[in-house]
Design a protein around this ligand. Structure first.
Ligand SMILES: C[S@@+](CC[C@H](N)C(=O)[O-])C[C@H]1O[C@@H](n2cnc3c(N)ncnc32)[C@H](O)[C@@H]1O
Length: 285
């Protein structure tokens, strides 16, 4: 176990008192929307322990106090980073990518807007936007010239995970989960002994830090938004608010693609569920 410069923590996890837990829960929810359940004290201290050590603090209460006292510091970001789950994989759940291939890209090829804009709104380590880019490349190869230029915007609240995503290096299980050997061969190359997403795909994706709790109208509008496996962590009020703003960020009757267990109902009536690619997508009304 590494010790921070001033750290003199005991080896066992620090205790978290109920009022400290409540203060932390409230702080986290306001910072990034993640709503912890009632009895997650153990999870909180185990995830925050390295940060407490680095900061030379002995309690979660002291961490929250410092973060509140220094709102402009990187502390808030580091707390959010420690508490977010970045679980993801290539072509997660398959149906969103089948829907892109079978339904959405053909519709866009037919309609031919000046450019196609797709947003991956909680992109984690990049598997989601790069999977989208792979489907676009495959579609282009199958139907040369059918699509206008395609721009994929990938955002996440965590700058640490975004930096990893943008670099595009993947190893071990993260490289293989959900990726076929054919796609691995076609879309990656060996660089410095590690596998990296090829430049032609990386050029298609632009990465930017964005907290979904904050305004995002400046991003403009999109024909397709992937917002997968993130609203699940938020309160119903936050879900409602974000879904309304996502509806505004969609062009016309554009598509919203949520996680496999997520739905716009009962939180928003601005979408209609449609079946495509073997799963449910949501179109703006
Ligand atoms: C479980 S991952 C989902 C990744 C990917 N969309 C997928 O379905 O595989 C959730 C991601 O949401 C991000 N996240 C959490 N709160 C967020 C917020 N308020 N704004 C933007 N991203 C957030 C986390 O950093 C994490 O990378």
């Amino acid at each position: 176990m590494s010790r921070g410069p001033r750290g003199a923590l005991p080896r066992r996890l620090p205790e978290i008192r109920p009022e400290e837990y409540r203060a932390f829960r409230d702080y986290l929810e306001r910072s990034c929307g993640i709503l912890l359940g009632e009895h997650k004290g153990y999870l909180v201290v185990s995830r925050l322990r390295p940060l407490l050590e680095e900061e030379g603090l002995t309690s979660v209460g002291a961490l929250v106090e410092r973060a509140r006292r220094e709102p402009g510091s990187r502390l808030r970001q580091r707390i959010v980073d420690a508490m977010t789950t970045h679980e993801t994989q290539w072509f997660r759940d398959r149906y969103p990518y089948e829907a892109l291939r079978q339904t959405i890209l053909p519709e866009l090829a037919e309609r031919r807007p000046a450019r196609v804009r797709i947003w991956s709104a909680a992109c984690s380590s990049g598997q989601e936007p790069y999977s989208i880019a792979m489907v676009v490349e495959e579609f282009r190869q199958a139907r040369p010239g059918a699509l206008p230029p395609v721009e994929i915007l990938a955002t996440d609240v965590s700058p640490t995970i975004l930096a990893q995503a943008e670099a595009g290096f993947y190893d071990g299980p993260a490289l293989r989960r959900g990726l076929s050997p054919q796609r691995l061969q076609r879309f990656f190359r060996l660089e410095g002994g590690r596998m990296r997403v090829r430049e032609e795909l990386r050029r298609m994706v632009r990465f930017e830090q964005l907290n979904l709790l904050e305004p995002f109208a400046r991003l403009g509008t999109f024909q397709v938004i992937f917002c997968r496996n993130v609203l699940i962590y938020f309160s119903n009020a936050r879900k409602r608010h974000i879904l309304d703003r996502l509806a505004q960020a969609l062009e016309g009757d554009g598509y919203l693609i949520l996680g496999g267990t997520e739905s716009t109902t009962p939180h928003s009536d601005r979408f209609v569920a449609v079946r495509a690619g073997g799963g449910l997508l949501f179109r703006r009304r």
